[in-house]
Every structure is written in C-alpha cells, then in structure tokens.
Design a protein around this ligand. Structure first.
Ligand code: SF4
Length: 488
C-alpha cells in the first residue's frame, strides 16, 4: 500500500478557448491496441430515452466551444445537461452525472482484493488478513463486478470522447488496484475459473481509467510457490522496456515495520532473544529472495524502494529506527550475495557473469540509500511504540485531530467549491485526498488519516455484501451525502 499525495482538484474553471493546458492525458488507449482487451458487454440498451439523446446533442454542441477537445475535463461541462449520457451503462445505474463526475474526478484506488498477510505495523490502511467469505461477506471484487466496472468506465469515456478521470494539471497521474492489499496477492478468477493476475488487472484498469497503475509489495514467503511464480513472471514482464510505461511505479517496501520484524522487536523487549532471532532470519531471508527475484527489474526506471523508519533521535521507537533498518539491509545484502553466488555456481538463472554480483548489489544499495524518517503513525503503530512515549502519541493525536477538522463535511463542501479554508502549512502543501471503490462498489474518500463514507455505490452484483471495515479512522458520523455532491 502506498502512502501518496493526490491533488484533489475540482476544476471549476474551464479550459475554453485561449487558455493553455497540457495535453498529456489525451485519451489514447495504447493498452487496448497492444493487448486487445475485449470489452463493452456490460451495457444495457433496452431503448435509449430522450435524456440520452439530449445529453449527446448537448455534448456535441459544447465541444465546439473548445479549441482542443484533448483538454476537456468533466467539470468543464454542464453536468445537468450531460445527465443521461450514462444511460444503459450497468455500473452507473442509479447514479446521475454529478455523482459519476465526483467519482471520476476523485478515484484513485480500486480495492480488487481486501486484506493483507503482511500486517505491517505502520500500515495506514490498518490491513488485516482477508476476512472469510460467505453468503454475506466478500474479501475481493467478483470478476463480474470488475468487468462491469471497467467496461462501464470505458463505455462512458468513449461516449464522452475523453476519460472522465482526466486532470490536465496532474503531471504524474496514477492509480492503484488496492487499498489494503499487497500487489503480489492481487488476482481474480473469472467465471471459468481462470486466473487474472496483476498484469492483466492493471492493463484493464489503465484502459478503463486512463492512468497507469502502481505495483507495491512488501514481499512474500519464499515457500509460497504460487506467489514466487507470479513474482518471477512480473520480473520478466516488467523488465521488458516495451512494458515500462504500463505502470507508474514498481515498488518494494523494506522497513522495520513488517510483521516479522515487528514481532522480533516485541520478542526482544520480552527477553525472548532466541525466538526473536528466528523472526529476524525469516524476514531477511524473505527480502533477500525478493531482491534476488526482482534483479531483472534493476534496468527498469520505474523500479523503486519504499524505505521508512523512525528517526535515529526519536524516543520510544527502539527497533524501528533508521539505524535498525540499515542493520537489516546489511543482513539482507549478505544473504543476497550468497544467493547470487549459488546461482552463478549452479543454474545461472540470474547471474551469468560473476561481475554482475557486485554490480547488482551496488545498484540495490544505491536504490535503498534514502530512508524516509517521517513514516505515518498508524492506529496499529501507535499501540506498538513504547507506551511511555508521550511524544509520539501526542504528535499522532494532533495530526488526527487536525485532519478531522479539515475533512469535516462542511470543509469538504468548502474545498470542493474552491473556497478558502484555514489550512495549516502541512495541509496547504499536501492537499492529499483520494477516492476508493471498495470490492462491493461502495465509494469512500480518504485523506490517509481519516476516511469518509459517501452515499455513492456502484451497481455491483455484490453491492449487498459486506467487506472488512475500511481504515484509517473511518468516520461514519460525517458521511459525504448525495445532497452535497449534487450541490457542487
Ligand atoms: S504490505 Fe503492509 S503496508 Fe501494504 S497493505 Fe499490507 S500490511 Fe499494509
């Protein structure tokens, strides 16, 4: 899961003639051409009404006012007059164009799979292992719903002539196929029982939303043969320059907050050194295998690391500091070197020339050089850090309260209307709000500190099924109501 910053921009201004906009987000779906993804079978045309034709005519007329249709954004149009253009598209049944535009302009995460086995202590999404599925609960999107979603957005974009997600001011557009899941686990089975993995899902999402996806993993157990096979496939696929642009980033997370290392720290605190060392060994062996497997990706400029740890001088964070992380790195690199040497002396799957061992380790050390020492303090981490560390707790409470104020329903209204509200310096610099579609189609807005339910839900076959609670800090008392969305 990536903690990231999304400019939440409702473009109330327009881009009509004589205004300059870049054209980087023009709606060109390379993925369709390259991968020939079939689509458009989730629309219901049982006779289109006058509303549809009125909206279509309005759109055709409105486009004449623009010098370059490649610059149109959804909020440049009169959404009342455009209402009806979505008619017959199954996923939008029950939603009007203002509500669809709200989703289209804020969507950043599609929760394909819910839940994660890594249970990192710093996980802002508070991920727990997937819940058990039964006739009332789901832990992933159904294939039908995934197709309904992607087909529906593709169809709408085609009718509009531009992606509804387009933000001409966003120079680094991306989306994620997860909220609280690790990408190595993202996969869906279709109705015939065939598995669609991350590559396929990411291509379909790119195609539907016009934005490249992020791949994030905190690793997998080397004993998990299926995950290992998927990782090797991804390493081969994304090391091919032809596929570099299909993703925005390919990130590996190495940090002291992974459950295995968190367990080590807790066991050491309890004086159980022997067991603690076993957990440390499990973690460093696991991550050495991740680096070994992903070695072909070292030539991909999108290949990156997410390294977070507490500042060395912070109190009450023993075991989670940058110096602790650097010790972990040293052990991982020693194990990685051994894996490389064994490979060179054996099958030579990764290392064909002994010189590559040094070069690869040097490249990894360079990529892992920077450590972010300002990690998010999650609900979970707050309980794990030393209980007498009042400094950490106080900071967290201040941050949470400050976010609470900013994201109150009233202030959301103000933000969306472009009114000035009193933001502190951090909030001004990081206007980071994003929308997420849960596996049952429910729509949320999160600022990564507090999450707000909306009254919007996509028309999924599993819309009545329950999922695990959304974190962080779900505030059910301040839902974003349809009346607010329709007043924008
Ligand atoms: S890998 Fe860690 S940070 Fe990412 S979703 Fe899983 S538990 Fe959260």
């Amino acid at each position: 899961m990536k903690l990231t910053f999304i400019p939440f921009k409702f473009n109330i201004s327009n881009n009509k003639k004589n205004l300059e906009h870049n054209t980087q987000n023009s709606y060109v779906s390379n993925n369709i051409e390259r991968n020939n993804i079939s689509s458009y079978n989730n629309t219901e045309f049982n006779g289109l009404s006058n509303n549809y034709f009125k909206a279509k005519n309005y759109l055709a007329e409105a486009k004449k006012d623009f010098d370059d249709v490649n610059n149109i954004e959804i909020y440049d149009l009169d959404l009342n007059k455009l209402d009806g253009i979505q008619e017959g598209i199954k996923v939008f049944k029950g939603l009007n164009m203002k509500e669809i535009a709200f989703i289209g302009s804020t969507i950043n995460e599609v929760a394909i799979n819910r839940g994660c086995h890594n249970i990192c202590s710093h996980c802002y999404a508070g991920a727990n292992p997937p819940i058990r599925e039964d006739n009332k609960h789901i832990n992933k999107m159904s294939w039908n719903d995934f197709k309904t979603l992607t087909d529906g957005f593709k169809e709408l974009n085609n009718r509009l002539g531009f992606p509804i997600t387009r933000d001409t001011m966003d120079d680094d557009p991306y989306m994620t196929s997860f909220h609280d899941a690790d990408c190595i686990d993202i996969k869906l089975k279709n109705n015939e029982g065939n598995e669609h993995d991350f590559i396929d899902i990411a291509l379909r999402l790119n195609d539907a939303f016009g934005k490249p996806q992020i791949f994030d993993t905190a690793g997998w157990s080397p004993n998990d043969k299926k995950a290992q096979a998927r990782a090797e496939k991804y390493a081969e696929y994304y090391s091919d320059p032809e596929h570099f642009d299909e993703i925005s980033d390919f990130n590996v997370s190495i940090n002291p907050y992974h459950a295995l290392h968190t367990r080590e720290v807790m066991l050491k605190k309890d004086g159980n050194i022997e067991k603690a060392e076993k957990f440390r060994d499990l973690y460093t062996t696991r991550m050495a295998n991740v680096l070994f497997t992903f070695t072909p990706l070292l030539d991909n400029p999108k290949f990156n690391f997410i390294a977070r740890a507490a500042d060395n001088s912070s109190k009450g964070t023993e075991g989670f500091k940058e110096e602790d992380l650097r010790n972990i790195y040293d052990e991982i690199f020693n194990k990685l070197e051994k894996r490389y040497q064994d490979d060179f002396n054996g099958e030579q799957n990764i290392i064909a020339d002994k010189q590559e061992i040094k070069q690869n380790i040097y490249s990894y050390k360079r990529l892992l050089g920077h450590v972010n020492t300002n990690p998010s303090i999650s609900e979970r981490l707050n309980k794990i850090y030393s209980p007498d560390n009042s400094e950490v707790k106080k900071t967290d409470i201040i941050i949470a309260k400050s976010r609470e104020n900013v994201m109150s329903a009233k202030n959301i209204h103000n933000i969306l209307n472009g009114e000035t509200i009193k933001l502190n310096a951090y909030e001004t610099a990081h206007p980071n709000y994003a929308g997420l579609i849960d596996s049952n189609g429910k729509y949320y807005i999160t600022n990564y500190y507090t999450t707000y339910p909306t009254e919007l839900q996509l028309n999924f076959e599993n819309k009545d099924k329950q999922t695990a609670p959304i974190h962080p800090y779900l505030n059910e008392d301040l839902p974003i109501k349809k009346t607010l969305i329709n007043s924008l």
